[in-house]
Structures are given as structure tokens and as C-alpha cells.
Write a protein that binds this ligand. Structure first.
Ligand code: APR
Ligand code: PHB
Length: 389
């Protein structure tokens, strides 16, 4: 088999890249380790920057999103029983779009099907060969024994636990990592959201987030110790704790219901440099991870895809390699700013086990400065809606 670009990973990064390349006449094959249903079974965040929305529009995959998403002009920041609103649209002229990543991924799969895009599921033992040469190839086994795909380029969109990043030699690659001493316990419930916009709440008992997927599907999170297991948290215990961490006016009107999904995720900041090696390019979670506090996970993958698909188009259409040569530096410049913002939001809103009295005073001063200062609110708004590509 031969193609122009082999894409490893059929998550949102790999699917969006494949769709954009196809729309520009560039052939690709997606190798996905799992099944389509398994990939669609993952519950992920739901806040999209307009840059991501524009890419989905360019990819011809925006119809469902336009029909079923919400735009949010701002968010509430709460601390103990105080609260204030950050007005994204006032400060930046830009809202954010609320639309679940599961729906994004489903729309992308359906679009690939319509265009007869080649996705090979259950691809086991994917291996990258000769990435540092002009004739790279990939081997894999999808149940018919080992197969080989020769290609011009390889896009590693295979997430944090994928095979692409480790293919870059240790003496070339440098990883930067910060782990946080807590996790997020998330609950999905078929209940109306407690507020029409998100509520990020910092309380003496820990962080809480009130989000949603649509008018009858809510997504809530509370910060929990890393030692906690999901089995420790009954639905009632979760709702009681959430009420204790959000302002009383919202606690009083919270509508609870049975959880249809409940899970605990650790928080991590991670970046691997460089994001390319020879003819291998890393995108999305394969190269970087952010704590979910800034809602940047999918949105950082989007800017990688933006830079890479434009670089491929420029190469195949104009024989110009500049975009391919500068991909890693350009992608990382934006990634590190998103890492900073996600790290900053996480430190602003969470309780850390080792916080001193002084640390708590600094956190409170940060929140009150943000409450009172328009420039500070503009900085948060500009980062939240997404810095320019
Ligand atoms: N071979 C083939 N496929 C693989 C391999 C492998 N060795 N390893 C992983 N995969 C697949 C996974 O099964 C998954 O479907 O690659 C895909 C990677 O998808 P994601 O982990 O969702 O990463 P990405 O597409 O970059 O999306 C980033 O997902 O984790 C969230 O917060 C993150 O919103 C962000 C988004
Ligand atoms: C979500 O809706 O799952 C969500 C929203 C905002 C975040 C994180 C998660 O910062």
C-alpha cells in the first residue's frame, strides 16, 4: 500500500487532519488502534475556540456543530460565596462554542465515511520506520498479518500513550512535565445545567466546575485527592460536595440526577520538543497535554493541525517546504502559551495540599485583582477564547 501521509491515531486530531488533507486533494490513511465505537465512547471536554470551529468549517464538518452547539459570551469565576463574570465578547469580540468532543469526533467520522476516507481500525503493533529518511514507511497488523504502508510523511496523532513520540530518539527529544497533586472527578447527568454559562469555582474545600453539553445534559467536576477511586463517590456524595463548593444561589437551584458517566482523571502539564523528526510530525496529545482547567486540550490540537495541513498543502501544491521545516517551532510557540494559561488557571483555582497561609493569601489576592481589574480580565478572556494561530 502507498499513500502521501500516514496518520497514526483516529481521534479528533487524526480525523481532522485527514479530512482537511482530503479536501485539498492530499491522500492519507488513518491507522487507529481501537474500534470507532471505542473512540466515540470517550467523554472529553466541550469548549471550542473559534479557531477550531473555523477549521471544522474549512473541513466541511460544521453542520451539526452549527445546529446543536451553543455560544458562550463569558464565564463565571466564583470563590467561596463570591463571584464575578469574565465577558469574553466585551474584551475580545469573540465568544467560545460549547459542543462536546464526542460529537466533534462523531461528525468527523461521518465526514470521513462520506468522502470514503481510509481508516483502518484495530491496527495493532503500529511501527514507524525510516522516519528520518525521504522514504518512511509504517507497518501494522489489523488482523491480516503484518502490512506495510509506504508514504511521504507520517503524522503522529496517537495521543499521549501512542507510538509516535517515542520514535523520536531520546538524545533528540526533550520532555517537560508537571504533575498536579489532585485529580478531577467528573459526572455526566441528564439534568439541565445549573447556569447558562460555565462556573469555575474555587472554595476552601477545593475546585469545582459546572459545565454542560446541551440543555438537558450537564457536566460537573470536583477536585479530589489522587488517592480517591470512583467507588468512593456515590452520586449523593458527589452532589453534596459540589453544592458545598459553588455559590449558594447555584447550590440552591442545582438539579441533580443519576450519573450516566463518572470518572476521575489526573491533571498533567506536558510538552515534548521537537514536534517533528525527519518526515514524522507530532500533533495534539501525542506532543502535549494540558490540565483541563483552561479547556485547551482539543484547542491546542487544532492549532497543530492548522499549521501542519497548511504546510502539506503548500508542499504538495507549490513544492514549498517552508511550512514543513518550521512546523515544530510555530506549533510550540502557541502550545507553550496555552500551557502557561492552563497552568495559571489551575494554580488560581485549586487547593494544593502544601499551600501555606501566605500562599492562600496570594491566591485570594490574585482572584480579587482579577475581579477588580479590566486588564486582568482581558488577559484571561484573550487566552480563554484562543490566542491567534
Ligand atoms: N496505533 C494506532 N492508534 C493509536 C495508537 C497506536 N499505537 N496509540 C493511540 N492510538 C489512538 C488512540 O486509540 C486514540 O483514538 O490514537 C488516538 C489518539 O486520540 P486522542 O488521545 O484523543 O488525542 P488527539 O486526537 O490528539 O485529541 C486530543 O483528546 O485527550 C483529549 O484533551 C485531549 O481534547 C484533547 C484531544
Ligand atoms: C467540560 O465541559 O467538560 C469542560 C469545560 C471546561 C473545562 C474543562 C472541561 O475547562
Amino acid at each position: 500500500m502507498r499513500t502521501q501521509v500516514v496518520i497514526i491515531g483516529g481521534g479528533p486530531s487524526g480525523l481532522l487532519l485527514s479530512q482537511l488533507l482530503d479536501k485539498n486533494g492530499i491522500d492519507s490513511v488513518v491507522l487507529e488502534r481501537k474500534t470507532r465505537d471505542y473512540v466515540l465512547g470517550r467523554i472529553r471536554a466541550g469548549v471550542l475556540e473559534v479557531g477550531f470551529v473555523d477549521l471544522m468549517r474549512k473541513a466541511g464538518v460544521a453542520a451539526n456543530m452549527d445546529a446543536h452547539s451553543f455560544t458562550h459570551d463569558g464565564t463565571i469565576i466564583a470563590y467561596n460565596n463570591e463571584q464575578f463574570r469574565i465577558d469574553f465578547t466585551k474584551h475580545t469580540g469573540t465568544p467560545v462554542v460549547v459542543y462536546g468532543q464526542t460529537e466533534v469526533t462523531r461528525d468527523l467520522y461521518e465526514a470521513r465515511e462520506v468522502m470514503d476516507g481510509k481508516i483502518i481500525f484495530n491496527s495493532e503493533n503500529v511501527q514507524i520506520h525510516d522516519a528520518e529518511t525521504n522514504a518512511p514507511y509504517v507497518t501494522f497488523d489489523a488482523g491480516n498479518g503484518e502490512e506495510r504502508i509506504d508514504c511521504d510523511y507520517i503524522a503522529g496523532c496517537d495521543g499521549f500513550h501512542g507510538v509516535s513520540r517515542p520514535t523520536i530518539p531520546d538524545n533528540i527529544r526533550r520532555d517537560y512535565e508537571k504533575s498536579y497533586p489532585f485529580g478531577w472527578l467528573g459526572v455526566l447527568s441528564e439534568t439541565p445545567p445549573v447556569n447558562h454559562e460555565l462556573i469555575y469555582s474555587s472554595s476552601d474545600r477545593g475546585f469545582a466546575l459546572c459545565s454542560m453539553r446541551h440543555e438537558n445534559l450537564s457536566r460537573y467536576y470536583i477536585q479530589v485527592p489522587l488517592s480517591d477511586g470512583v467507588e468512593k463517590w456515590s452520586d449523593d456524595a458527589f452532589w453534596d460536595e459540589l453544592r458545598r463548593r459553588i455559590p449558594q444561589e447555584f447550590a440552591d437551584k442545582l438539579i441533580t440526577g443519576p450519573s450516566i458517566e463518572k470518572s476521575i482523571a489526573p491533571l498533567r502539564s506536558f510538552v515534548s520538543e521537537p514536534m517533528q523528526w525527519g518526515h514524522l510530525f507530532l500533533c495534539g496529545d501525542a506532543a502535549h497535554i494540558v490540565p483541563p482547567t483552561g479547556a485547551k486540550g482539543l484547542n491546542t490540537a487544532a492549532s497543530d493541525i492548522h499549521y501542519l495541513y497548511n504546510a502539506f498543502v503548500d508542499f504538495y501544491r507549490n513544492n514549498n517546504e517552508d511550512g514543513l521545516k518550521t512546523y515544530s517551532n510555530r506549533a510550540l510557540a502557541r502550545i507553550w502559551k496555552a500551557e502557561r494559561f492552563s497552568w495559571w488557571m489551575t494554580n488560581l483555582l485549586h487547593r494544593f495540599p502544601d499551600q501555606s497561609g501566605f500562599d492562600l493569601k496570594m491566591q485570594r489576592a490574585d482572584l480579587e485583582f482579577l475581579r477588580d481589574n479590566e486588564a486582568a480580565q482581558r488577559v484571561l478572556a484573550e487566552n480563554y477564547v484562543g490566542l491567534p494561530y
